[in-house]
Design a protein around this ligand. Structure first.
Ligand code: ADP
Ligand code: MG
Length: 553
C-alpha cells in the first residue's frame, strides 16, 4: 500500500500562502520567472555534483526546462532535469520558510491585505508565488541518484500531501492547475513574452513543447540560452541585466550599478557584478557572508566561497567565471587557493574604482552611500591596504554639511588656518549635533564630522589619517584650538573670572564628584555650556566606552 502523508505548512508559510491565494497583485506573471529560476539553480547544482560523479547525468546530459500547456485540462507544466528533491527535501523546501528573504517578508505582514499585497513586489516570494495563479499544484520530483520519486500536492490552504510517485528520470515537474480567470497563462503567446522578458538570460534552453496550440507543431526554444556574461556587452539590454541580477541576487529591485568586465593578465576571469539599489535583508547578518556565484568555464561551483569578497563588500551580488581554476576544485580548496586571492584582489579593485568613478554624481552616489556606507566603512579597519581608497569615497555628515554629506577632500579644503587634525564626534545621530563638546569648535568655525554609525567607533580608533591629517575625537584629551582664529561672528567674550575663584570652584567640584571622575579641569572648549565630559587622551573614546558598558549589560 502506498502511504499518503498529509502535513501542515509551517505557520509562516500558511500566512504567506493565504496572501498568495487571495492575491490581487498585478504582476502575477512573475510566478513563471520564479519557477524557471529554480529550475536553472537545480541544473547548476547537479552539474556541479556530476563533476565528481558523472553517473548522475550520464543518461540525460542536456540540461533544459520544458513548458507544456494543456488547455483542455487547464494545466501548465514546467519540468526540469536538474538535481530534483528527495522526500525530505520536498518537506524542507516546500513546507517551511527556506530563505531569509521570505521570512523577512512574513515578518513585515501587517494583516492589511492591500498593504501586504504591495510587499510581494518588494520581496519576491519564490516558489510560493505559484498560488497566485493556480488553485492546485503538484510537484513530482526525483532526486538525482535516487530511484524513488515523490509527489507533493497542495491547494495552498493549510496542508499538503506527499506520496511515492513515478518519474522516469531525475528532475522536477511542476503541474499548475490554473484557477478560473487565469487563462492568459495557458496562451502560448503570453508565455513566450513572459519568458523573453524575465528569463532570456537563463543559460539553459527554456523550451515550449509542441502541441501548446494548433500553431505549435514543434518544440521551440524561447530564450537565448547562453550564459549572459559570455555575451558581448553591446548585445545585452539594461532589462536583461536587471533580470539577471534578480535571478542571481534573489532580488526584486533594480541594480544601482552593473559592472561587467573581462580581466586578462596573470589570471583570466569574467565578472558580472551588481550593487543593489536597496539593502538586502541579510546585510547585517552576523555571518557577513558574501553571496557571489563562482563558475568555472560556465559550470556553477558555489555561492558559498567566503574568500571571494571581503565582508565589507558583502552587499555586492553577481557572478565570477574563471577558466583558470580547475573544474574539480573543492569548496575547501577554493577558500585557501592563491588564485581565489588573486580574483578577490581584482574584484575589490574593480568595485572601488567603479565607486570612485560614480561618486562624481553626487545625488546618485548618495543613494549608494546611505544604503551601504556603514558596511563599506568596515573596510577602514579590516583592509589595511585599501584604507586610503575607502576614505576617498567615504561620505560624512558634519557640523557644516546640512542635509548633504561631504567627502574628506571637502573637509580638508575648508580646514581653518593652523588646523592640523580632522575633528570628529561619534554618537547617536539624533543628539550628537548638539553636544556641548562642539561649542569651542563652532566658536572657531572648525568643522566637525558627525559620526553616528556603530562602526565609526571602531575605525576612528585605528590611527588613520587622510592626506597627512590625523583623525581626532572632540571628546578626547586636551585639544588646543588657541592657534586657530576665532570665527568672525564669535560674539562678545565673557570677562575672565579671577583665578582664585576658579580654583575654589574646581576644588568643590572634585569633592562633590569624588571617584566618579578622573579629574576636573578648566577648559576653553565651552562657550555656552558650563561643563562637559571628556575622555583622557589615552583612554577609550567616551561613546565607545558607553557602548562597551551597554554590551556588558
Ligand atoms: P529560493 O529559490 O530563493 O531558494 P524558492 O521558494 O524559489 O526559494 O525555492 C525554495 C527551494 O526549493 C529552493 O531553494 C530549492 O532548494 C527548492 N526547489 C525549488 N524548485 C526546485 C526545482 N525545480 N528543483 C530542485 N529544487 C527546487
Ligand atoms: Mg527561487
Amino acid at each position: 500500500a502506498e502511504a499518503i502523508e498529509t502535513r501542515g505548512f509551517e505557520t509562516e508559510v500558511a500566512r504567506l500562502l493565504h496572501l498568495m491565494v487571495h492575491s490581487v497583485y498585478s504582476d502575477k506573471d512573475i510566478f513563471l520567472r520564479e519557477l524557471i529560476s529554480n529550475a536553472s539553480d537545480a541544473c547548476d547544482k547537479l552539474r556541479y555534483e556530476a563533476l565528481t560523479d558523472a553517473s548522475l547525468t550520464a543518461d540525460d546530459p542536456g540540461f533544459r526546462v520544458e513548458i507544456a500547456i494543456d488547455r483542455a485540462a487547464r494545466t501548465l507544466t514546467i519540468s526540469d532535469n536538474g538535481i530534483g528533491m528527495s522526500h525530505d527535501e520536498l518537506i524542507a523546501n516546500l513546507g517551511t520558510i527556506a530563505r531569509s528573504g521570505t521570512s523577512a517578508f512574513v515578518e513585515q505582514l501587517s494583516g492589511d491585505e492591500n498593504k501586504d499585497m504591495n510587499l510581494i513586489g518588494r520581496f519576491g516570494v519564490g516558489f510560493y508565488s505559484v498560488f497566485m495563479v493556480a488553485g492546485r499544484v503538484e510537484v513530482v520530483s526525483r532526486r538525482a541518484g535516487e530511484a524513488q520519486a515523490h509527489a507533493w500536492e497542495s491547494e495552498g490552504t493549510g496542508t499538503y500531501t506527499l506520496r511515492p510517485a513515478e518519474r522516469a528520470t531525475r528532475g522536477t515537474t511542476i503541474i499548475l492547475h490554473m484557477r478560473e480567470g487565469e487563462d492568459e497563462f495557458l496562451d502560448p503567446w503570453r508565455l513566450k513574452r513572459i519568458v523573453k522578458t524575465y528569463s532570456d538570460h537563463i543559460a539553459l534552453p527554456v523550451i515550449l513543447k509542441a502541441g501548446a496550440d494548433e500553431g505549435q507543431t514543434e518544440d521551440e526554444t524561447l530564450n537565448a540560452a547562453s550564459a549572459l556574461w559570455t555575451r558581448p556587452k553591446s548585445d545585452i539590454t539594461a532589462e536583461q541585466y536587471t533580470e539577471f541580477y534578480r535571478h542571481v541576487g534573489h532580488a526584486v529591485d533594480e541594480p544601482w550599478a552593473t559592472i561587467h568586465w573581462k580581466a586578462e593578465g596573470t589570471i583570466e576571469y569574467t565578472g558580472l557584478l551588481f550593487i543593489p539599489g536597496s539593502r538586502p535583508f541579510d546585510l547585517f547578518d552576523p555571518k557577513r557572508q558574501s553571496r557571489l556565484k563562482l563558475y568555472v568555464r560556465r559550470v556553477f561551483i558555489t555561492d558559498d566561497c567566503e574568500s571571494l569578497l571581503p565582508g565589507y563588500m558583502r552587499f555586492v551580488r553577481g557572478i565570477v567565471d574563471s577558466a583558470d581554476l580547475p573544474l574539480n576544485i573543492s569548496r575547501e580548496m577554493l577558500q585557501e587557493s592563491a588564485l581565489t586571492a588573486k580574483i578577490r584582489a581584482g574584484l575589490v579593485k574593480k568595485i572601488l574604482s567603479e565607486l570612485e568613478k560614480r561618486s562624481a554624481d553626487v545625488a546618485a552616489y548618495r543613494t549608494f552611500w546611505d544604503a551601504f556606507g556603514p558596511v563599506l566603512k568596515e573596510g577602514l579597519y579590516e583592509d589595511f591596504e585599501r584604507r586610503e581608497q575607502i576614505l576617498k569615497i567615504a561620505r560624512f555628515r558634519s557640523t557644516k554639511s546640512g542635509d548633504d554629506v561631504i567627502s574628506l577632500a571637502d573637509y580638508v579644503a575648508r580646514m581653518r588656518p593652523n588646523q592640523t587634525a580632522i575633528h570628529f564626534i561619534t554618537g547617536d545621530a539624533a543628539t550628537i549635533a548638539s553636544s556641548p563638546q562642539l561649542e569651542a569648535f563652532k566658536a572657531r568655525d572648525v568643522e566637525v564630522l558627525l559620526l553616528s554609525d556603530p562602526i565609526d567607533d571602531f575605525w576612528t580608533g585605528a590611527g588613520l589619517d587622510f592626506e597627512g591629517k590625523p583623525f581626532q575625537s572632540v571628546t578626547r584629551g586636551d585639544i588646543d584650538l588657541s592657534l586657530i582664529p576665532e570665527a568672525e561672528d564669535a560674539g562678545e567674550k565673557a570677562a575672565e573670572a579671577p583665578e582664585a575663584d576658579i580654583a575654589t570652584l574646581i576644588g568643590a567640584a572634585k569633592l562633590a564628584l569624588g571617584e566618579a571622575v578622573k579629574d576636573v579641569r578648566v577648559s576653553k572648549r565651552l562657550t555656552d555650556s558650563a561643563v562637559c565630559l571628556v575622555a583622557d587622551a589615552n583612554d577609550m573614546d567616551m561613546h565607545l566606552a558607553r557602548l562597551m558598558r551597554a554590551a556588558k549589560g
